[in-house]
Design a protein around this ligand. Structure first.
Ligand SMILES: Cc1cc2nc3c(=O)[nH]c(=O)nc-3n(C[C@H](O)[C@H](O)[C@H](O)COP(=O)(O)OP(=O)(O)OC[C@H]3O[C@@H](n4cnc5c(N)ncnc54)[C@H](O)[C@@H]3O)c2cc1C
Length: 408
């Protein structure tokens, strides 16, 4: 019998967890991992945190030591971008003209940064942060510069601002919305984050879009939509990401802001699966098709997809979770709410240990927990189990959420 070939496209966390799971589950066929970057798979969360704050060597963020791939008989092909998928011939075409035939294929190409299209956006010193190379360039600038302008106060921008403050730099944070993270957290909670950044010495300019970057040969100023200018030695732009699915144009796969999959991570093409940041999957608690950009999902769905490729019929049924570290705060967010009509708080907002529960009607949709890991884990279980405590219960410190989550 011919050895089966499983091809995983994308050498991020999702692809890594998938190939690991294939071997853990005893798959003895050929495993090919195609990775566009020259680096073996590495972890992204440290890039805006430890890596930027310290002199952590790049090897420290690798997901596995380089010998792991040979030991586990995984053909890791770095610097190999997939440019097309042909579901009829069951092959993936590579940038260099090569092809790889598959019996099953996992799309794990993640996200790419959204780029600003304003004058001066291509000036040297205007950075984005997605890859280890990006992070190394930003760190090199941070080592010799004094002033940074951070454009976009989403999670990555907020973390870069916090990390640069930790390095003692002057930080200007510019965001078109009225508060940091306003889209995910709402203006009230975003306002608390704004306060925290101000307390740590960040100069915040909310409600300010970026109109241009200026400089002679290198960025020296960010120009706001208001006409104001902000001096800087370099800039970091964090205005979101888009799914890396453009290479699937012409494949016939269903792609709608992400590759659409079912609960077994199957795409619309036979033998083709998708997982991680690039995939859009059915979210049971709200019935929506959801795409998230979270580390936890990338790993767990990569593993789930690998098991599905091996024939397992266990539905992938998660409650999303992500965290963010800023200064001495650990933010944890569970669930998903694109809209809500009530936010219930528990704990001490001023003391920076509190949770906020996002509700629609009497349904608990999501929670943001600041320095409260226990609340986060309990809320995740509540949402997964479809248990909806009353606002009074959620607000009352005396009510043990973990007990409610156990259904007692
Ligand atoms: C700076 C930063 C900080 C973060 N911090 C947090 C955090 O604190 N908490 C959290 O929950 N999440 C965090 N995230 C998000 C988290 O890292 C992502 O959700 C996760 O990396 C997604 O994994 P993935 O494997 O699906 O995609 P990716 O990590 O994007 O990996 C996909 C890989 O596929 C490659 N690729 C793309 N196209 C092709 C192609 N055509 N052919 C071959 N290869 C291709 C890419 O080069 C990339 O290496 C952070 C992200 C960044 C950038």
């Amino acid at each position: 019998v011919a050895r089966r070939t499983f091809v995983v496209v994308g050498g991020g966390l999702c692809g890594q967890r998938a190939v690991e799971t294939l071997r853990e589950e005893g798959f003895d066929g050929r495993v090919v991992l195609l990775a566009e970057e020259d680096e073996p798979p590495y972890d992204r969360p440290p890039l805006s945190k430890e890596f930027l704050q310290s002199d952590l060597p790049p090897e420290e963020v690798r997901l596995r030591p380089s010998g792991w791939y040979r030991e586990n008989d995984v053909e890791l092909r770095t610097g190999e971008a997939a440019v097309a998928l042909d579901p009829h011939r069951r092959e993936v075409r590579l940038q260099g003209g090569g092809r790889v035939r598959y019996d099953a294929c996992l799309i794990a190409t993640g996200s790419r940064v959204r780029r600003l299209r304003v004058p001066g956006a291509d000036l040297p010193g205007v950075h984005y942060l997605r890859t280890l190379d990006d992070a190394a360039r930003i760190r090199a600038d941070a080592q010799r510069a004094r002033r940074v302008a951070v454009v976009g106060a989403g999670f990555v921008g907020a973390e870069v601002a916090a990390s640069c403050r930790r390095r003692g730099m002057e930080v200007t944070l510019i965001e078109p919305l009225p508060a940091p993270l306003a889209r995910t957290l709402g203006e009230d909670l975003g306002g608390i984050l704004a306060e925290i950044h101000r307390e740590h010495g960040v100069e915040l300019h909310m409600g300010e879009a970026v109109a241009a970057f200026r400089g002679g040969g290198r960025v020296e100023q960010v120009v706001g939509g208001s006409g104001r200018t902000y001096d800087c030695d370099f800039a970091v732009v964090g205005v979101g990401v888009v799914p890396a699915a453009e290479w699937l144009d012409g494949s016939g796969l269903r792609v709608e802001d992400g590759v659409v999959v079912d609960r077994l991570c199957r795409t619309s093409a036979d033998g083709v699966y998708a997982a991680g940041d690039v995939a859009r999957w059915p979210y049971r608690p709200t019935g929506e098709a959801l795409r998230v950009e979270h580390w936890d999902n990338a790993g767990a769905q990569g593993a789930a997809a690998a098991r599905a490729m091996l024939g397992a019929e266990v539905p992938y049924d998660p409650v999303p979770y992500f965290w963010s570290d800023q200064y001495d705060l650990r933010l944890q967010h569970v669930g998903h709410a694109s809209r809500w009509d009530r936010v219930v708080r528990r704990g001490d907002t001023a003391g920076r240990s509190f949770s906020a529960f996002y509700m629609e009607g009497d349904r608990l949709l999501a929670a943001l927990c600041v320095n409260r890991a226990r609340d986060a884990m309990a809320a995740r279980r509540l949402i997964g189990a479809g248990i909806h405590p009353s606002p009074d219960q959620l607000a009352d410190e005396a009510v043990d959420l973990r007990r409610l989550a156990r259904g007692s």
